[in-house]
Unconditional design. Sequence first.
Length: 402
Amino acid sequence: MPLTMIKKTVVVLAAFALTGCWAFPMEPKDKGLTTDTYEVEMEFLPNARLVKEDTSPHWDLGRHAFVKGTDRIVVVTRITSYLDKTEDGKPIVGTERRRKAERVWITIPGDLPLGQAFKLEEIEDLHITGYDVTNLDGKGYFLGPALLKGYVRLDAVNDERAVITFDMEVRPGMRAFPANNWSVIGEHKVDVYPDGRHATRAISRDLAVEPAPTPPSPVSVKPENLNNNDKPANRDVEPVDPNAVANADLPKEDKPITGRWICDTPKFEYRFQFEEGGKFIFAHTKGNGINDDDAPGMNYGTFEVKRTKSSEWVVLLVDKCMFDDKDYKKEIYQDKPTLMMKVEWENDQLVLTGELPINNNKLTRLVLSPAEFKDMNVELPPRGRKKNVNSIGSSSAVDPSK
């Protein structure tokens, strides 16, 4: 073939490649049948509290762990094993080993009576459930998104074992560690592990431990497939007297949070306005107070103060999140427009601690002082934190980014 003909042929083939046309269609490579097998193991942690450990710079979301507390935690771990395969997708006999483990963490509040089922979707909003996963490569677990659906009920517990009834579906949504949906159904006798088995106790090395809130008890529910009249068959665990929990002393009434409060930090100025009728306005303004002209973020909704045996919480249900004239509620809060913040007092200063979406869902502690800014129903905070005579009260700042 003349050289000129060869060159023309190369040019034609290149043109086909650039336009996406191929003379020989390519087909997906067959990876063969799946060889995945699964094991599910459970453990019950008494006197525990769910926390989150910082794992940066390896993984920005951190991982879950537990510390001593007044709640109880059940950890369900699913372990995936499979065989190695040849290049043509054929399994290699004898190579099966554990490849991945997923942990689901479910807090059972310490003041929740035995036999009372609670809905997982509700306690997810309170940030007392969790999901993390490891590839068993020595790097540990990393936290990721997962949707938990269904119900859980603690039927009985003693020093050695708990009886727990599940109707739970786990729907992982973590691209870095893909996994299919899985379920746990029925009554299970779960061994007690005060120091954890797959669950890890928080360690202090150079990891920052951020405690998750201990919220009020979830609303009692009675789903059909968790009939509270059903008794576990052949139960070998003596139940704890629920009256001992129900009759426990609750904390005394604390100071009311109604009023106007302000906290000025290097990153944001925060304002809260709690009204007598149960409505609130929460404002956050970013800027340097000099050159910036950022609009304040205005959150409107209703609030409720709840108390447990040892803590007081304010639950904020956000109806709107406005920047100028646009509602950014969906962008800021996704599908969880609820803020839950622990209430404490330092003399006359109101201290609120919780995870704020505007602060990348970091655990944020705000020390707020009484303020005399104008009613935020009438006048919004100044743009860019530019102060005027009516916009500031005395304040104490805690940088929430640290």
